[in-house]
Write a protein that binds this ligand. Structure first.
Ligand SMILES: *Cc1c(COP(=O)(O)O)cnc(C)c1O
Length: 453
């Protein structure tokens, strides 16, 4: 094992394909259902929303899917991303564990999300689409898609959850700088938005509402498609470039992770770092423990129900089987804006269900404490979402200190926190609180689940 801190791959070792975990599942994930008929949907049902190339990826069972040359050329600007050994953090924690992190904050938008936004913009452009509509909460996804649309000459319309539209003016400015149109959701531009406003004129919005608005816009206009930054199979697929690189970097480090930890909102960065390793585990090549860390304030995997649910509030999307808190769930205003989706990626949910991964939740204060400990040791201020992974890593490293075990721990540092300094200010000023979601409210949101099968 070397003393190296930074494992960099030459750009000509950028992976040539994404890894599709569907090829290695011992049993397939439950099918996506049409909300009207309750029958599995086919590619044609999705055609109004997505270009055919992405739909085919959504249902593919081929193990390797080639990354198009034009997409690889853009990836090359910041990929392969570095893998770091966190030696200073190890020292602070006085742990025998070896802690590694893959750093996705070096992309132009500051997170892992451009790995999929660039691919999605590319396939839409190929099919002659003119405009993409999407939603964003914290603004990470909106800015990543806005950047990709600018690169491919596509128009971009972003429905931004109203509360963040007001609280995150710099993210909005970033999207507009890339040429996107940003609309506070709920808006009067769509029937879904108008219906919410009629009932709740002061609605501060939610991810589910913003998705309804973006889907509606795409469904009604032939030149516009919809784009989603997490949850769907093709999004998780594009993110696997992270784990594919990490496999090569661990070869270089002459090491292999015993534990992989990722934060989960919709599940895409977690899938990105872990799926290539889980694939090796399922193929019997090498074992690894994989842990998803979610906020205690939005505990879809640890307290939700594994059931068919809609992806949005207005129930315009197909039904997917997922660990869900119910599509009417409106999360409390915690600061990990990117981890506030009511459901989970169906593939991640399925892996939890079949015992290939574990899930845990952490409270907000512990995540910021962990993030600051990391920042002081390693210099990088993590995005508040990524702090959840850091908190999980610190817990694991401290367990190693107790037991004396020298495990290799890998986590994904999904983004930097430079646009989230308000959250850090609030934490430092003692304004943040922990929030345990009341059982009664979860039960109420779950009572509204659609009845299927
Ligand atoms: C959006 C985002 C997340 C959460 O989304 P996933 O799909 O679960 O990865 C996590 N970290 C950062 C930095 C994000 O921007």
């Amino acid at each position: 094992m070397s003393d190296q801190i930074k494992f960099i791959l030459d750009e000509n070792r950028l992976p040539e394909s994404w890894y599709n975990i569907a090829a290695d599942l011992p049993q397939a994930a439950p099918p996506v259902l049409h909300p009207g008929t309750g029958e599995p949907i086919g590619p044609d049902d999705l055609a109004p929303l997505f270009p055919m190339a992405l739909i085919m990826q959504e249902v593919s069972t081929e193990r390797e899917i080639e990354i198009p040359g034009e997409v690889r050329n853009i990836y090359r600007q910041w990929r392969p991303s570095p893998l770091f050994r966190a030696r200073r953090l190890e020292k602070v924690l006085d742990t025998p564990a070896r802690i590694y992190y893959k750093y996705e904050g070096i992309s132009p938008a500051g997170s892992h999300k451009p790995n999929t936004s660039v691919a999605q913009a590319y396939y839409n452009k190929q099919q002659g689409v003119k405009k993409l509509a999407t939603e964003t909460v914290a603004g990470q996804w909106g800015s990543s898609l806005a950047m990709a649309c600018a690169m491919f000459g596509l128009e971009c319309k972003v429905f931004m959850v109203k509360v963040s539209f007001r609280q995150k003016p710099y993210r909005k400015a970033l999207m507009e700088s890339y040429g996107a149109t940003v609309i506070a959701s709920p808006s009067t531009e769509t029937d879904a938005g108008k219906a919410i406003l009629a009932e709740h004129p002061d609605s501060s919005g939610s991810l589910g509402i913003a998705i309804s608005e973006a889907v509606e816009v795409a469904a009604k206009d032939a030149d516009t498609k919809y784009s989603l930054g997490s949850v769907l199979n093709h999004v998780l697929l594009h993110q696997t470039v992270i784990g594919e690189e990490a496999l090569l970097q661990f070869e270089q480090a002459d090491d292999y992770p015993d534990v992989i930890i990722g934060c989960t909102g919709g599940g895409s960065n977690f899938a990105g770092i872990s799926f290539p390793f889980i694939g090796r585990k399922m193929r019997g090549e090498q074992d690894v423990k994989v842990v998803a860390v979610e906020p205690a304030a939005c505990p879809s995997m640890t307290r939700g129900k594994y059931a068919y649910d809609f992806g949005d509030t207005a129930h315009l999307t197909p039904l997917v089987k997922t660990h869900t808190l119910g599509s009417s769930f409106v999360p409390p205003p915690v600061h990990a804006g990117g981890l506030r989706y009511h459901g989970m990626a169906p593939l991640v949910s399925h892996l939890l269900e079949i015992g290939q991964i574990k899930a845990q939740s952490v409270h907000q204060l512990e995540t910021f404490q962990a993030g600051l400990q990391f920042a002081k040791a390693e210099g990088i201020i993590p995005a508040p979402e990524a702090n959840h992974a850091v908190a999980g890593v610190i817990q694991e490293a401290l367990r190693c200190r107790e037991s004396g075990e020298s495990k290799a721990i890998l986590f994904n540092l999904s983004g930097h926190g430079h646009f989230d300094m308000q959250a850090y200010s609030d934490y430092l000023a003692g304004k943040l609180k922990d929030y345990e979601y009341p059982e009664k409210e979860i039960a109420m949101a779950l009572a509204g689940l659609p009845s299927v099968g």
